[in-house]
Design a protein. Structure first.
Length: 295
């Protein structure tokens, strides 16, 4: 075919070349980034409190219920203590208890869940029934009973919350492990003589860890909220350590006249819980592409 002006024809140009492939952009979950940023900021405050505080926690040189100022950025409480210093220490304690309780819950729960998955049917049913009873029992109430029996201390709070949340981790791990054990390649491995520890190490844990990581993020938020609730009720980490829940309880009587006493600890608790849930949601998207595409 000739061009009207005698120029190059379409036939001379040849077939149209396919467009160059665009570089694949790695998906970034907004919730994953937001959760990481929130928890990162909170963790930075907690680490900073180890090395630096504006005032000593026992310093009562400030005026009673002073408003936020250049001297006291978040104001003071009813005893004249700096609220920024107390909030920073309370943040560190909240994260410490949250990480410790989550570790206890995962260690106890995942171990129990995997053992139940390998157990005979009658033992598996017994463990499942016990887990259902514990899950139906409020975690906070169970933690209150354990703290009341052991006495109030940081360690007792960590153990109480961890044991209370371990039932959730155990049931979750049991369900995941039983799904893996039903796979044909696992049945073949067991038939070939692979031992229980070998199956757990080669097949069970590598297949369930992504879902466990998501569950760990959720449990961390639950643990921090439980610690704040226990401290609010007077059963958390004992004085002189500051606690976000105790700061909220102390500000309860002056929330109308001096609301700044409740704002800072409340914002930190909300930031930690939201950050943990955002992180869990983002990790779920990352590990489950089908769920991400469905959105």
């Amino acid at each position: 075919m000739s061009a009207p002006d005698g120029g190059t024809t379409l036939d001379e140009l040849g077939p149209e070349a396919p467009p160059a492939p665009r570089p694949r952009r790695r998906h970034r979950s907004v919730t994953l980034v937001l959760g990481t940023v929130l928890l990162g900021l909170v963790a930075a405050v907690a680490v900073l409190s180890v090395f630096w505080l504006p005032y000593d926690l026992a310093d009562t040189s400030g005026g009673r219920l002073e408003q936020p100022s250049s001297a006291h950025w978040l104001g003071t409480d009813t005893l004249g203590r700096d609220l920024l210093s107390q909030t920073m220490v309370g943040t560190r304690i909240a994260l410490t208890v949250g990480v410790g309780a989550t570790a206890v819950a995962v260690l106890v729960g995942v171990t129990l869940g995997i053992v139940a998955a390998f157990a005979p049917p009658w033992l598996d049913d017994a463990v499942s029934s016990a887990l259902d009873i514990l899950i139906a029992f409020p975690t906070l109430l169970l933690a209150m009973l354990i703290v009341a029996a052991q006495g109030s201390s940081t360690w007792s709070v960590v153990v109480a919350i961890g044991i209370g949340a371990s039932a959730i981790a155990a049931r979750f791990a049991r369900i995941l492990a039983k799904r893996v054990l039903a796979k044909q390649y696992v049945l073949a491995a067991r038939t070939s003589g692979t031992g229980t520890l070998g199956i757990v190490g080669r097949h069970v844990l590598p297949n369930i860890w992504p879902s466990l990581v998501v569950n760990v993020a959720v449990l961390f938020g639950v643990a921090v909220l439980a610690e704040a609730s226990l401290s609010y009720l007077g059963l958390g980490v004992p004085p002189p350590n500051a606690s976000l829940g105790r700061l909220l309880q102390q500000a309860q009587g002056t929330v109308l006249t001096a609301p700044w006493g409740a704002i800072a600890p409340g914002v930190v608790v909300v930031a930690i819980v939201l950050g943990a849930n955002f992180l869990a949601d983002g990790l779920r998207d990352r590990f489950d592409p089908t769920r991400r595409r469905a959105r």
